[in-house]
Design a protein around this ligand. Structure first.
Ligand code: 4AD
Ligand code: MG
Length: 483
């Protein structure tokens, strides 16, 4: 058996009393032909391996280079040096894989996040990405834990679909037809009948529609999977491939939906705070250092940990779209024409600058906006009854987070068949394509609601990383699909 190692994180938690241990990892640095800083990915804290002078051959010492991998057996003893609690006195060192220090792209010095994106295959070996991806893992785990404790059923919705759940037409086509000789029908259109599935298909933009089928049988379900959007947005918060969590609940109205979303977000933040303290402290310091470069008015008012604590201890502000428009219209910011897109009035879609004004400047905490104009929201949202004349709204809700903007989008669903059909006809969605979706409204329809949390935006919020490309292992964005 090869793997009889202890992880460095667990080792560092022990009291060093001369125990013999075996560790394996990658060399971060090697000083004075004597001190190896060894890292195995379990923590940012390196283990100091001490090579006693004369105890190892010259040949072996030369092979101890940055990023070489090794197995070390020896005794742990209290460290004589400052900065670490223990040393591992190496009795036996085996190099598992050499690394040419001259060519290794990740030299032991500070690199920009932009540069690290170009070597995303190696960036996990840095402290920043070590912390980010351990926190990402913890959040993913906490999500399953939360829903499992609540009795939700985890549902795997399809990746390949024939429907556009959001009706926004931002889909990646899935096809095996030859590009250079696509078969055509009588009308000269591409003949998808000859395609793999016998119809036009795409990568899913959301698992919601299938999720509703599950909720109207199990009561409460959630999905957690990859979703794809072919929107040409090159921003710090858009990806073409991102992960989304979509709970869907029968017997829930909009308020129940908001309550669940708020409890859910607080739960997963708390989990990370309790289980990833060290990584979050590291990231908080990283963010503070990064913000020192910014002018005073661009810096966050709170540190990362302070912000997370604040979110745990304060409810989210809830207000209607209509009230939010008023606040922004009346703001000095708008009157002084500081918005790139001025607030024109009721009915306008909100730009991220408007959302951020509301959460960062006005309320200074997460905000849930609800009851949006029907015209700017998806077809499946429930039509409100008590609307002002000429201002039809739907029971939608978006959660806006400081520094990020929209993090959750959701709604109560239109459960009344005739209203849903009317809406679909109005905006030109063929009823026959979604016959299976409409069946839930035909056979035992119930009030129900759900939402989607963008996982990477959540990871951004918790880790304080400003660019979404730095919280997913291998980002897919317009013009970029390396690795
Ligand atoms: O608001 P969206 O489009 O809502 C839906 O897809 C609904 N079907 C959800 C539901 O009710 N079940 O997307 C939900 C969330 C957004 O709030 C945002 O956090 C994230 O998904 N999101 C993106 N994240 C990264 N890159 C993109 N291009 C994203 N588009 C949406
Ligand atoms: Mg949305």
């Amino acid at each position: 058996m090869f793997n009889k190692r202890i992880r460095i994180k667990e080792l560092l938690a022990m009291e060093p009393q001369g125990q013999e241990v075996t560790v394996m990892g990658w060399v971060r640095t090697f000083r004075n032909n004597q001190f190896i800083a060894l890292n195995d990915g379990s923590t940012n804290n390196n283990l100091q391996v001490v090579v006693e002078l004369g105890s190892q051959g010259e040949e072996l010492l030369k092979r101890i280079t940055t990023s070489a991998s090794m197995k070390v057996t020896g005794m742990i003893v209290p460290s004589l040096g400052k900065g670490q609690k223990m040393d591992l006195k190496a009795a036996h060192i085996e190099i598992l894989g050499d690394s040419d220090a001259e060519k290794y792209p990740l030299q032991p010095k500070k690199h920009s996040l932009e540069f690290l994106r170009e070597i995303a295959h190696l960036r996990f070996r840095t402290n920043t990405f070590g912390s980010v991806f351990r926190v990402r893992h913890a959040l993913a785990f906490a999500i399953h834990k939360f829903f499992n404790e609540k009795g939700f059923v985890y549902m795997h919705t399809p990746i390949i679909t024939a429907s556009d759940a959001e009706g926004a037409g931002e889909m990646f086509r899935v096809s095996t037809l030859p590009f250079d000789q696509t078969p055509r029908n009588d009308k000269g259109e591409v003949d998808f009948k000859q395609d793999f599935f016998g119809r036009a298909t795409n990568l899913t933009v959301s698992g919601q529609l299938e999720g509703e089928l599950g909720a109207t049988a199990f009561g409460e379900i959630y999905t957690f999977g990859p979703t794809f959007r072919a929107e040409n947005s090159n921003t710090a918060r858009h990806l073409a491939e991102f992960w989304m969590i979509e709970p869907e609940m029968a017997f829930y109205d909009l308020e129940d939906n908001m309550n669940l979303a708020e409890e859910f977000i607080q739960y997963i933040i708390r989990y990370a705070m309790e289980n990833n303290r060290e990584d979050l402290e590291f990231l908080a310091q990283r963010l503070a250092d990064e913000e020192k470069q910014l002018p005073q008015d661009k810096r966050s008012e709170m540190g990362l940990l302070e912000k997370l604590d604040f979110v745990l201890n304060n409810g989210f502000e809830r207000l209607t779209y209509t009230d939010a428009i008023e606040i922004r219209k009346e703001s000095n910011h708008n009157k002084k024409k500081k918005f790139q897109y001025p607030i024109t009035g009721w009915g306008m879609d909100l730009q991220s600058e408007h959302e951020r004004y509301l959460v960062e400047k006005h309320f200074k905490k997460p905000v849930i906006l609800y009851n949006y104009p029907a015209a700017i929201k998806a077809f499946y949202m429930r039509q409100n009854e008590d609307c002002a004349p000429g201002q039809p709204t739907v029971a939608a809700m978006d959660i806006l987070a400081p520094g990020i903007g929209e993090i959750v989008g959701g709604s109560q669903r239109e459960e009344r068949l005739s209203k849903l059909e009317d809406r679909m006809k109005e905006i030109g969605i063929p009823l026959e394509e979604l016959w299976w979706y409409l069946d839930t409204r035909r056979y035992g329809t119930v009030p129900h609601a759900g939402f989607g949390l963008g996982f990477e935006r959540m990871v951004q919020f918790v880790t304080g990383m400003t660019n979404i490309r730095d919280v997913i292992a291998f980002p897919r964005t317009p013009g970029s699909a390396e690795f």
